[in-house]
Design a protein around this ligand. Structure first.
Ligand SMILES: Nc1nc2c(c(=O)[nH]1)N[C@H]1C(S)=C(S)[C@@H](COP(=O)(O)O)O[C@H]1N2
Ligand SMILES: [Mo]
Length: 322
């Protein structure tokens, strides 16, 4: 390993073969070269709407990973957010997440895997080809957005760490650092924010590990430097700023279940027929379309991804497993 990386956190040589650990200088050169290729056909966004570092990607060919819906304006997608670590108001994350320190960053992979270890960002960024996928995201509160994410299927990472036969669930633990996150002073949730998926949900190709959006790296308020995106589930399943991924035999508790188990179940699949105890889930408001005459949209089963993911829940009572 080059000596100038001494300030970086340790990388497990077990999970990260020497050849995939890029020298920092090489990475910067690579990023610059990629940024210069904006004229390439098939290359996604190059407009740099937020003036953050570009994160080039190719348009996905994955079935179901593109919607015809118009992407939400970047300004809306980055200013109306839930990220309770920075406050509970929708405007709080954009205002307060500047204190999030996204580099250096590591993700610990542990539990029921043959290859546990610590991944640094360079290794994660080059684990698989970056794709742009335009997904709908439906918040449990009744609003939705359409976001061109940049990243790859979480399955790519899962396969690399080789889950054991005991692994049935995956838990995602996100950063909880009081020095960076003023929202942690409030007991509104049990910190750290934890979420979970069944292993087959984590392996579904639509489940995405996202590093960017709109052709750039993620803004802090959207979960930099990496987050999950599970497009057929309510938005809260998509944990932001992930630091730890645990493979488990038993179904883990999630922060939202812990806060109100009658309101938030483990599955949290988008379902217009299963109301939240305090409100209907039948319709949604699309952010960016909220003018006086904007119609509410009907919410779709599995957020419209039923052809791709319905089979995961065949025979399950979706009212019971909500
Ligand atoms: N760590 C963390 N992740 C989180 C949240 C949060 O409060 N903390 N909020 C969730 C909720 S409720 C939603 S709707 C989505 C919002 O993602 P977005 O800001 O990219 O639209 O992030 C999810 N991920
Ligand atoms: Mo949400």
């Amino acid at each position: 390993m080059p000596k100038d990386r001494a300030y970086d956190p340790p990388v497990s040589s077990e999970i990260t073969p020497r050849q995939v650990v890029l020298d920092r200088r090489q990475l910067m050169q690579g990023a610059a070269a990629l940024a210069a290729m904006t004229a390439l056909p098939g290359l996604a966004q190059s407009a740099r709407p937020g003036k953050l570092a570009p994160l080039p990607a190719v348009k996905t060919t994955l079935a179901g990973a593109l919607t015809m819906d118009k992407p939400t304006p970047y300004a809306d997608a980055t200013s109306y957010n839930n990220f309770y670590e920075f406050g509970t108001d929708k405007a709080d994350p954009a205002r307060a997440a500047g204190t999030l320190k996204t580099s250096p960053w590591t993700v610990v992979v542990e539990g029921e895997v043959r290859k546990p270890g610590t991944w640094d960002m360079e290794s994660l960024l080059k684990l698989s080809a970056m794709e742009e996928r335009v997904y709908r995201l439906r918040c449990v509160e009744g609003w939705s957005m359409v976001i061109p994410w940049v990243g790859y299927s979480l399955a790519e990472l899962v396969k690399r760490v080789e889950p054991t036969g005991n692994a049935k669930f995956v838990q995602f633990v996100t950063l909880a650092d009081r020095a960076q996150m003023p929202g942690l002073r409030s007991a509104v949730l049990d910190w750290p924010y934890v979420e979970g998926l069944r292993l087959d949900e984590a392996l579904h190709p639509l489940t995405m590990l996202a590093f960017g959006m709109y052709g750039e790296v993620l803004p802090n308020q959207n979960g930099a430097p990496l987050r999950l995106v599970v497009p057929w589930k309510y938005g809260f399943k998509s944990g932001k700023s992930i630091v730890r991924i645990r493979f488990l035999e038993r179904q883990p508790k999630t922060s939202w279940e812990t806060s109100a188990s009658s309101e938030y179940g483990f599955y949290s699949n988008v379902n217009p027929q299963v109301d939240h105890p305090r409100w209907s889930q039948a319709t949604e408001r699309r952010i960016g379309e909220d003018g006086l005459f904007a119609k509410k949209r009907p919410t779709l089963l599995f957020n419209g991804y039923e052809p791709q993911v319905g089979q995961l829940y065949a025979g399950m009572d979706l009212k019971r497993f909500f």
